[in-house]
Design a protein around this ligand. Sequence first.
Ligand code: ARG
Ligand code: ZN
Length: 859
Amino acid sequence: MTNKTQTPQKIYLKDYTPPSYAVEKVDLDIRLFDDHAIVGARLHMTRAHAGKLELFGRDLTLKSICLNGRELSVEDYQVDEEGLTILEAPDSALIETWVQISPQTNTTLEGLYQAGTGDELMFVTQCEPEGFRKIAFFPDRPDVLTEYTTRLEAPKRFGTLLANGNLIESGEVDEDRHYTIWHDPTKKPSYLFAAVIANLEVMQDSYTTMEGREVLLEIYADAQDIDKCHVGMQALKDAMKWDEDNYGRAYDLDRYMIVATGQFNMGAMENKGLNIFNTSCVLSSPETTTDERSFHVKSVIAHEYFHNWTGNRITCRDWFQLCLKEGFTVFRDQSFSGDFRSKAVQRIEDVSLLRSAQFAEDAGSLAHPVRPESFVEINNFYTMTIYEKGAEIVRMIANFLGKDKFRQGSDEYFARYDGQAVTVEDFLSALSVADARVMDFLPWYRQPGTPVVSGSYHVQGDKVSVKLAQKTRHVPNYDAPIALPIPVDTAIFDSATGEMLASQMLLLTKDSDVFEFDGIELSDGAHPVVSILRNFSAPVKSDFDYTDEDLARLVAFETEGFNRWQALQTLVNRWLFGTSKEADLIVDVIQKAVDALIDSDPMLAARLFDLPSQKELAMAYDENYDPAFVKARRDELYQLIADGLSADAKRWYHRLPMQAYEDTPDARGRRLLRNVLLDLRLTANDNDVKDDAYQQYEQASCMSERLGALTAMINHNLDQKDNYVHDFYEKFSHEDLVIDAWFSAQAMSDHTSVKHIAALMQRKDYDWNTPNRVRTTLGALAAKPVQLWTAEGLDLYLSAVERLDSTNPLLAARLLSALARWYTLTPDHKAMAKQKLTELSAKATSKNVLEFLENMQTV
Ligand code: ARG
Ligand code: ZN
């Protein structure tokens, strides 16, 4: 029972102390029975620093404990909800505990838990960050690195018994039970421990590293899904090669395993040599998976693989340093993905995500630094800020150093800290061998809030001066913001010829500064067109005094695709916020740009129709945010674009006939553009578009085409929509991930009311124990602010949070975080939201939800 009057305990970075004992080796013995499991753990410990011998443990029933071969009695140790302390421990201690746990009733998806039912019943672990303590008593902290030997024992119907490292033994216990023993030679923190007890099929392949090591690659999945592992397998081999080519890092074990499970809180987990993946991030086939999801699979496989060096071989000293592994690894997976498609599109996607999700976090009540200084529940800090802003900081440093120096710095990092648990300062200090100024980036890790860079330019003769200034909001409870080093990649174009006359990476280090470009030779009558923050060279908001006409010129002349897209986005934002009235200019710019790109980069062409999400637009309001007004503005612009381009959209659509499925960037781009145009044409209501939608569904060669058509039918409420919704369900009723998409497509539509969403959530196939399924409807509601911020919407949303608070607090808290900017609403809405959040505070019990509620109310 949680005591509700007790405020959960905060942990501070400044209180870090090194572990009192090291664990040289651990032997684990996990025995699974029908309704429980028994776990034995033998820890070979030696004193490292002063302090007590403390082991964490949660929800464990202690059966016995021995110290150096002697059974301890209750006077010898203290045990409470958080763990066990041995009162007088010698410097060298062999501790052996036996505990009972209950994976069958563990709904938190942390520790060892049951996933799936019936034929698909399996048991998997999730130990990051603090799940290992739900399996055994252990100093469960990332700076305790240990060599693991793991024995797994289970009934024979579970044919798959996996743990980290190499298989060293397997055999029979008796007629009904069997076992395996695994040894992982690399020392690792407990959060990287993994075990799987299941009955899965395996797809095998191999890879020979640049060091000549032959590695067995295995992906484990349910029998019906095993043929959906080809994309993931190829991605794994591509990632292994890429890390060798780009960072000089090779894989270090003889075996690399990936296991797919339908029940997982996050995307995937990088456990040493035994990754565990959400099925949504590993399975892919043309018939069941959209191009977008399929590419996502590739990037998540790469992400987890890259952790083997950035996270596993070099790990975090403590959880405040989470960005050390996540920021760097996201940067690495973004770079990898950009090498497998249009770089511009990769950057557009990464920046769009950062803007709509991370900027919102940084602008709201849950804002925190990339390296937080305190937390109650570390699970609440697997955030956009730590991952995405963390990646942007590494990217800034990488760009600032340039390719060769960054490689020199990363080589130093791997050489210096291999096998250690380190900090952000250690990372920067290794990189600073290439340039001492890297250390100046440290404040980026400490200061929350998104800087705003504003600027203007001035011409005198052949000299152009660019003035830049920065400002960051003062986030409550943090120090006053200071100026950060902000790399601003800047170019100057000739307004008449479009020629690039100069380009330079400016480094703004002060509150404001002026940068001069000399010798700018303009053509007759032309003026300079200055393009700043090219390729989004820093994670900031920018406000430069462009004219609308110059923005239109940049869409045409910029040499980087990202910047062309950005110039258009700036025009779009100006229209949406009323500072420009020229919708015709936007239409004209899109028309020319799409004509120019449709053959060479159809995916970039598709992105030119992007409008900022409602959530992103909401960020402009610190008060009096009216979701209906914002949505109406956005819809109005979309309608103007659709009407203005209706003839072109039809022409373009028919230039992109459906073809036999191919998995190339070009084919994916054409499919995406076709879907975008289908929606645009339906918005413009052109005559034969409905038949085109039905036909695209009927003749679809793959899921991108089919779901694109279905989504368009739902969003535009076409007459035959219900038939197709039904047909789609029938066709794919045995494919959980496709049914997730079926739920989402309906829930996302403006035509789907809150009541209708609630009805979807009453269905028998809406499984509250499967986070993927839960997110389909609630994620959609969170993306529809007009519905979310009503009494009905909030009641539905918060009742789900309340329900999950006791079964899966991690998921509950993540859902809750979408409401972090409740206080910016118009007064009536704000009062209602406040009341409902207060009601939830009285009922919630998990640390996860309580920490967020508390932070959300101190705005
Ligand atoms: N380290 C994993 C990744 O980035 C995320 C796991 C987080 N899991 C959790 N329960 N918080 O790929
Ligand atoms: Zn990660």
